[in-house]
Design a protein around this ligand. Sequence first.
Ligand code: FPP
Length: 267
Amino acid sequence: MQTKKKRSLNSNPSSSDGLDLDPARLPHHVAIIMDGNGRWATRRLLNRINGHQQGADTVRTIIRTSREAGISILTLYAFSTENWERPQIEVNALMDLLKKFLKSEQQELMDNHIRLNAIGQINRLPDDVRQTLHETMTLTRENNAMLLNLALSYGGRSEIVKMVRDIARKSVQGEIDPESITSECIQEHLYTRGIPDPDLLIRTSGEMRISNFLLWQIAYAEIYITETLWPDFSKDEFIQIIKDYQQRDRRFGKINSQRRSLKVREH
Ligand code: FPP
C-alpha cells in the first residue's frame, strides 16, 4: 500500500543547515511584494488569470521553503487596496484563487505547524472568502512553528489612517494621554500589532517601489529587488536572497563600533 508522503517538517524545525544558511543570522520576518503575474502570463500569450494561478504555486513553494529555512514570520502582499480597481473578472478570479488556496493548504499548514493571520481591510472581502479565511485562522491558531501573514485588501496608508483614528478616539475618551503616544503605542494600533517588523523585504519583477506596503514597519528592513517575475521565483533564488541578507551589515542608523558595544552589553 502506498503511504501518504509526509510533509511535516516539525521533527526538524530549523533545518536551515541543509540549505547552507547561517541559523544565527536568519531574517526573523520576511515580507514579499509578489509582483509580475500579469507580465508572466502576457509574455506567454496567456490570460492574466493564468499568471495568478501560476503565482499561487509559487506561494506554496515559498511557504514551504520559509518553514524549511526556519523563518519565523512570512508576510505576503496578496491583494492591495488598489487591486479592487482591477477589472471585476480579475478581482473575482483572485478571490476565488485565494479561497481555493486556503482550503487546499489547510492540511499542509496543520502538518507543518504554521499559523495563518491576515492583515488589511478583511471586512471588504467577499463573505465566502472571509469565512474560509476565518475558518483557516481558527484551525491553525495554536500552531507555533511559523506565522504566515497574508496582506489582503491591505494598504499602508489606510492602515496608518485607521491607527490615527483609533488613537484619536481613545485620546478624546481620555484613555490615551497624547503626551504618552510613542512608537510602541503606534505599533500597538497597527494591523501588525504584536508582530516584529520585517527584517527583509523582497520585491519580484524589478519594480523599484514600495507600493503602499507596510509603510511604518519597513523602516529598517533590508530591501532586495529581483527581476524575476513572481511565477518564476524559485526556492533556490529565495535561498540565495537570504544568503545575501546574511552578508549585510545592519547598523540601524548607528556606526559599527556602537553596534559591537551594544552586543557586548546585551550578553
Ligand atoms: C501582482 O502581479 C500580484 C498580485 C496583484 C496578486 C498576488 C497574487 C498571487 C501571487 C496569487 C494568489 C495568492 C495567494 C495567496 C493564493 P500583477 O498582476 O500586478 O503583475 P503585473 O505587474 O505583471 O501585471
